[in-house]
Design a protein around this ligand. Structure first.
Ligand code: ZN
Length: 166
């Protein structure tokens, strides 16, 4: 039974409940690593993937709360990402979040690197149902308003409107 609202006891009780809730929320990097499958080379993200092919994760402590998994991994395991720069991948696997494969670059570094490598994604390493995404959703994604979410097994899990942070 909570104390009567507005009393000193109620305030103490409320703070205690909030502290318990906070302590039950796992750090974002732990939540991410629980959904990463490591191979000899890659750290494969098995959670939700946005239409751009990169992993996305919900972090209620941030705005916007949908964040790119590779950016969070970089910040947590490597260091801060300088403003307006991107976390680029040396490997060709967009769902890979192995920090050894990351480097910081500008958007044009990222595009040039991808272009030089020919960015041939290995279909075995990508979510299996990406090709099933409807034309309509693709169109919405192009306008930057909606991403498609996948379950860990690659099935579609629905869509979500996000503001991309890179
Ligand atoms: Zn990689």
């Amino acid at each position: 039974m909570p104390p009567i609202k507005g009393t000193v006891e109620w305030e103490a009780w409320r703070l205690k409940i909030m502290a318990i809730k906070r302590s039950k929320t796992k750090p974002i990097i732990e939540r991410i690593m629980a959904r990463v499958e490591k191979t000899d080379t890659y750290w494969l993200w098995r959670g939700a993937v946005g239409m751009a092919g990169y992993g996305i994760v919900t972090d209620r402590t941030k705005t916007p709360y949908t964040r790119s998994v590779h950016r969070v991994v970089y910040e947590e395991l490597v260091g801060a990402i300088p403003p307006s720069l991107q976390v680029c991948h040396r490997c060709d696997v967009r769902i890979c979040v192995n920090p050894d494969h990351f480097f910081i670059g500008t958007a044009s570094d990222n595009h040039r690197d991808a272009w030089l490598k020919g960015r041939k994604s290995n279909p075995a390493l990508l979510p299996s149902s990406r090709e099933k995404i409807s034309i309509k959703i693709k169109e919405q994604f192009r306008t930057g308003r909606r991403v498609v979410l996948h379950k860990a097994n690659g099935d579609l899990a629905g869509t979500r409107v996000v503001k991309h942070d890179g």
